[in-house]
Design a protein around this ligand. Structure first.
Ligand code: P6P
Length: 336
């Protein structure tokens, strides 16, 4: 099957978008291209993870005499590296790093964006070959240009995001990102080593029949969550069902599927995790921005995720995200 060579690459697409804004400096396009480059490097290692593990079992050194790093540390280093040496990012926050990294050099201090990311979400699934992903979130700085960025740049509500996206390392490798202009998906074409536009203008179906939740925690959920899950199980042809339960244990894969097909993903607070498990700044906010831009909704069970005012870099939240009609039905059960 031949590949259509007229498909825009990620670089061509971001430059085309920039051309529509004469005053655009190209910094956001450059930042997105940097993320695409790091993702391609991570993709190479993820695709041979099993092999590397076998090779790495000989001790802490592989056959090339290189130190065997955990894959998520490797991924983190790739994203930090391209962003630090790029021209568009003043600093980063990462799931793998306790504190923010302020790049503090003349070019970075004059960059107007900061970036937060989970470099390899779901990495526990690598050794069973389940899809995993990178999640990223981009903000315009609120601190003074020309000086180092500050924590205030990172503790902005999700509704201030300029762009957000994810990479899914799955049966194919896709980069999906949103700006206020829309959500677009790019599939990595190995024959040219470029992300190519494969899913233009993604819209989240208004309704769906897939619900994603860890049933193992059922008796730890609130009554409202349990009522909604039970309602999903009772759906039949007369009530718009039957529904299917799909839960991969890798949020990027679960949310990506629901974004394309319609559905709802839930990681509610539990008695063991009363504040929830998922991180607000670099997991929930980016997905909330993407899915809302595509027409869906995302809440913490009470409030819109994007309106939450962060107080800590790694704070957690309960998380409900998906098709607007399914979210509306969920809210009727949570309200009681
Ligand atoms: P549980 C992966 O560790 C992750 O952060 C998400 O990608 C995933 O949706 C969730 O945790 C799975 O958590 O507790 O259901 O195994």
């Amino acid at each position: 099957m031949s590949v259509n060579r007229n498909i825009l690459t990620l670089d061509e697409f971001t430059i085309q978008q920039m051309r529509q804004f004469p005053k655009a400096t190209g910094e956001l396009s450059s930042l997105l291209r940097d993320i695409g480059l790091a993702s391609k490097r991570v993709n190479v290692e993820v695709n041979k993870a099993g092999l590397v593990d076998i090779l790495g079992d000989a001790g802490t050194m592989n056959v090339q005499g290189e130190e065997v790093k955990k894959l998520d540390i490797f991924a983190n280093n790739q994203f930090v590296g391209v962003l630090k040496h790029g021209i568009s990012c003043a600093g980063i926050g990462s799931e793998e790093l306790d504190d923010i990294v302020i790049f503090d050099d003349e070019v970075s201090n004059n960059s107007k964006y900061i970036c937060m990311f989970d470099p390899l979400d779901g990495s526990g699934n690598i050794d069973v070959n389940v899809s995993i992903g990178t999640i990223f979130s981009i903000y315009r700085r609120v601190s003074e240009l020309g000086k180092p960025c500050t924590m205030a740049d990172f503790l902005q509500p999700g509704n201030k995001q300029v762009a957000a996206g994810y990479v899914i390392y799955g049966s194919s490798t896709m980069l999906v990102y949103a700006t206020r202009r829309g959500v677009n998906g790019f599939t990595l074409d190995p024959s040219i080593g470029e992300f190519s536009l494969s899913h233009p203008d993604i819209k989240c179906p208004k309704d769906g029949k897939i619900y994603s939740v860890n049933h193992g925690n059922f008796f730890q959920y609130t009554e409202g969550v349990k009522k909604y899950i039970t309602a999903c199980q009772k759906k039949d042809k007369t009530t718009g069902g039957p529904y299917t339960q799909r839960y991969i244990g890798s949020m990027v894969a679960d949310v990506h599927r629901n974004l394309i097909k319609g559905g709802i993903f839930m990681y509610p607070a539990t008695t063991d995790k009363p504040k929830g498990k998922l991180r607000l700044l670099y997991e929930c906010n980016p997905f909330a921005f993407i899915v809302e831009t595509a027409g869906g909704k995302a809440t913490n069970g009470e409030k819109r995720i994007l309106d939450l005012q962060p107080t800590e870099l790694h704070q957690r939240t309960s998380f409900f995200i998906g098709s607007s009609d399914m979210m509306a039905e969920l809210e009727t059960h949570l309200a009681v």
